[in-house]
Every structure is written in structure tokens, then in C-alpha cells.
Design a protein around this ligand. Structure first.
Ligand SMILES: NC(=O)C1=CN([C@@H]2O[C@H](COP(=O)(O)OP(=O)(O)OC[C@H]3O[C@@H](n4cnc5c(N)ncnc54)[C@H](O)[C@@H]3O)[C@@H](O)[C@H]2O)C=CC1
Ligand SMILES: O=C([O-])CC(=O)C(=O)O
Length: 339
């Protein structure tokens, strides 16, 4: 039998790498369209879907699409379902958890989602300790530290392979900027967004974007910053109790997963924003921060500098750091009180 490495070498001569991706929470509002987009990704040759129920149904449905991946479904009530879904995964994407309703903050999801993410991380640390873990479940500012603590306790934490998915903030900014400037959103470069993934912790650096800094008035800049910071609320309000962003998030999650896979396969210059363990403000007690990273065969290859901030952005950064520090500590404290 060919080893996994041999199979990978054999595939790479035809430029396709055989990567196995698991989606935990695959049957939800994000999970289903995300799994569809991953089924269409030629780098994914094994796609494992795990959820409390209906994973087999969704997997069978997707399995009829004629792409080169095998889709398998794992319902939580089967013996060893989670372990079997995770085993040999290169990438584990986690959109499991409850979404917001109008009037809630992402932090209001903590009480339910912290436990869900904790348990899924524990299983991942056992069954797929070397996988890249991509956390979508909110509040990302706290769930990523939860995964880190769980992996540390299991003795398999690798900060280069743990990512909070913040891509939605970035794709929103491209769209919203195009609306204000009447430009093609597919052609605009993405605005660098740093910090975290909720409200004031989301900090778009408009001063570093040529279009935004030269074409927008002061009022338009303030409007754009606010809209990117609170874009999630727009969707929550419009869905009126039926959840939060799912389709745009599936697109964002598929895009980020693809970037991670391209990095793993050795493609050069894959640069994406993500919430990762970062040295940048560690001296201030902030262990995680969203910023651009270069992805590579081992996960995060390089954490890129955040660049120069305008005086207004420096004020926003102070607000961002204050909120972020509390969110991160809340996640860490949760694991330390529990395990
Ligand atoms: N990072 C980001 O930018 C974004 C994050 N989100 C977050 O993603 C999460 C999921 O959102 P939706 O898909 O809309 O929610 P949903 O309720 O439609 O789907 C969640 C899925 O998770 C499953 N689930 C719950 N507990 C589980 C467990 N222990 N194991 C496996 N599966 C489990 C549910 O059965 C359900 O199928 C929410 O926390 C939401 O806030 C949403 C949008 C953007
Ligand atoms: O707003 C929410 O609750 C979901 C989310 O993270 C987003 O849409 O950015």
C-alpha cells in the first residue's frame, strides 16, 4: 500500500495534492454551503462531514457531484463518529455552534459555544494533532484561545496551525468600499484589517489602502469603518431571528481553507488575514491578534508587520486592544477552570 506521503508525491506530479478536510458542524447554515464549496475544490480529495445529525444525508447529497473527492458523513450518535471524521485530517474547519439573534453580541454566544468548541478541540487534539485548525465558531476572539489551551493541555499545540477565520471582514470591506467609490469589487485590493472579529476589535486600516485613503471623505471613511466593524449586525437584523451570515461566510471560509491548502502544497506568496497567536502585542498581555500572514507548508510561515497607522487608527487600536484582551482571557480562563 502507498504511504500518504508517497500518494502526495504521486499526485503532486499532476499538481493536485490529496488533502483531507473535515468540517465539524457541517450541516448548519454555514456548514452546508461551505462543504459544497470544498467539494468543488480540486485540492480536497477527502471531505469528512461531522454534525450532531444529518451529516450522512448532506454527505450523500454532495457525493453525487462529479469532482475528485470522496465525501463521508459522520453523525454524532454513531460510535467513534468524531474520531473517525477527524482521523488523518490535514485541515479541520469548525463552524459548529449557535449563531446570534437580534440584540445579541458575539460574546453572548460564549456560554454555549465555548463548551462546543472545547469538546471539538479536545477530540481534534487526540485524533488529528497535526492538522491545521480553522475556527469559525463565534466569539472567534475567545474560541481560538480555547482551542489553543486545549491543545496545550494535550501537549500538541502548534501556533502555526491554529487560525481564527476573519476572512469575512476582509471580503466585506472590498464590497463596501466598491459601493462607496463606484469601483469593481473584484478588482479592488483588500483592505488590511487587524485586531479581532467583533465590533471595535475589527480595525480596517484605510490609511494603508490607496483607493480608500485618496477617494473617501472623512465621513465616508468613518461610515466604512463602522460598516465593516458591524457588518455582521446588518445580516443578523435582516434575518430577523433566523441566524447570521451563512452564505457570505461559507464563501469566506472556503476562500481561507483554499489559501491554507495552497500554502500546505508549497505554493508561494499566499498572504491572508487571520486571527493567530502573534508576538506583536504579547508584551501587553494580548496573545492573539488578526493580521496578515504568509502561509506555507507548515501553516503560518511568516507574520507580516501591521505597518504604519494614522493617528485616528491609533486611537481605534487602543479600543481594539482593550476589548480583545478581555475576550482572549475569557477563553483561556474557561479552559483553565474546566480542565
Ligand atoms: N468567523 C466568522 O466570520 C463567522 C462566524 N459565524 C459563527 O459560526 C457559527 C455557526 O453559524 P451557523 O452555521 O449560522 O449556525 P447553525 O446553527 O446554522 O449551524 C451550526 C451547526 O453546528 C452544529 N453543532 C452544534 N453543536 C455541535 C457539536 N457539538 N458538534 C458538531 N456540530 C455541532 C449544529 O447541529 C448545526 O448544524 C456561529 O457561532 C456563528 O456565530 C457566523 C458567521 C461568520
Ligand atoms: O455577526 C455574526 O454574529 C456572525 C459573524 O461573525 C459575522 O457575520 O461577521
Amino acid at each position: 500500500m502507498l504511504s500518504r506521503i508517497a500518494v502526495r508525491r504521486c499526485f503532486s506530479s499532476t499538481t493536485i495534492n490529496p488533502y483531507k478536510v473535515s468540517v465539524l458542524g457541517a450541516c448548519g447554515g454555514i456548514g452546508q454551503p461551505l462543504s459544497l464549496l470544498l467539494k468543488l475544490n480540486e485540492k480536497v480529495t477527502g471531505l469528512n462531514l461531522y454534525d450532531l445529525k444529518n451529516a450522512k444525508g448532506v454527505a450523500t447529497d454532495l457525493s453525487h457531484i462529479p469532482t475528485n473527492s470522496t465525501v463521508r458523513g459522520f453523525n454524532a450518535d454513531e460510535p467513534d463518529a468524531l474520531h473517525n471524521a477527524l482521523k488523518d485530517s490535514d485541515v479541520v474547519v469548525i463552524p459548529a455552534g449557535v449563531p446570534r439573534k437580534p440584540g445579541m453580541t458575539r460574546d453572548d454566544l460564549f456560554n454555549v459555544n465555548a463548551g462546543i468548541v472545547h469538546d471539538l478541540a479536545k477530540a481534534t487534539a487526540e485524533a488529528a494533532p497535526d492538522a491545521c485548525v480553522l475556527v469559525i465558531s463565534n466569539p472567534v476572539n475567545s474560541t481560538v484561545p480555547i482551542v489553543a489551551e486545549v491543545f496545550k493541555k494535550a501537549g500538541s499545540y502548534n501556533p502555526k496551525k491554529l487560525f481564527g477565520v476573519t476572512t469575512l471582514d476582509s471580503i466585506r470591506s472590498a464590497r463596501f468600499l466598491s459601493e462607496l467609490t463606484n469601483t469593481d469589487p473584484t478588482k479592488n485590493s483588500r483592505i488590511s484589517i487587524i485586531g479581532g472579529h467583533s465590533g471595535v476589535t475589527i480595525l480596517p486600516l484605510l490609511s494603508q489602502d490607496k483607493l480608500a485613503s485618496t477617494k473617501l471623505t472623512k465621513e465616508q471613511k468613518e461610515t466604512l469603518i463602522h460598516r465593516v466593524q458591524f457588518g455582521g449586525d446588518e445580516v443578523v437584523k435582516a434575518k430577523n431571528g433566523a441566524g447570521s451570515a451563512t452564505l457570505s461566510m461559507a464563501q469566506a471560509g472556503a476562500q481561507f481553507t483554499d489559501a491554507v491548502l495552497r500554502g500546505l502544497s508549497g505554493e508561494a506568496n499566499i498572504v491572508e488575514p487571520t486571527f493567530i497567536e502573534s508576538p506583536i502585542f504579547k508584551h501587553e498581555g494580548i496573545e492573539f491578534f488578526a493580521q496578515l500572514v504568509r502561509l506555507g507548508p507548515k501553516g503560518v510561515e511568516e507574520i507580516l508587520p501591521i505597518g504604519e497607522l494614522s493617528s485616528e487608527e491609533k486611537v481605534l487600536l487602543d479600543q481594539c486592544k482593550e476589548a480583545l484582551k478581555k475576550n482572549i482571557n475569557k477563553g483561556k480562563d474557561f479552559v483553565n477552570a474546566r480542565d
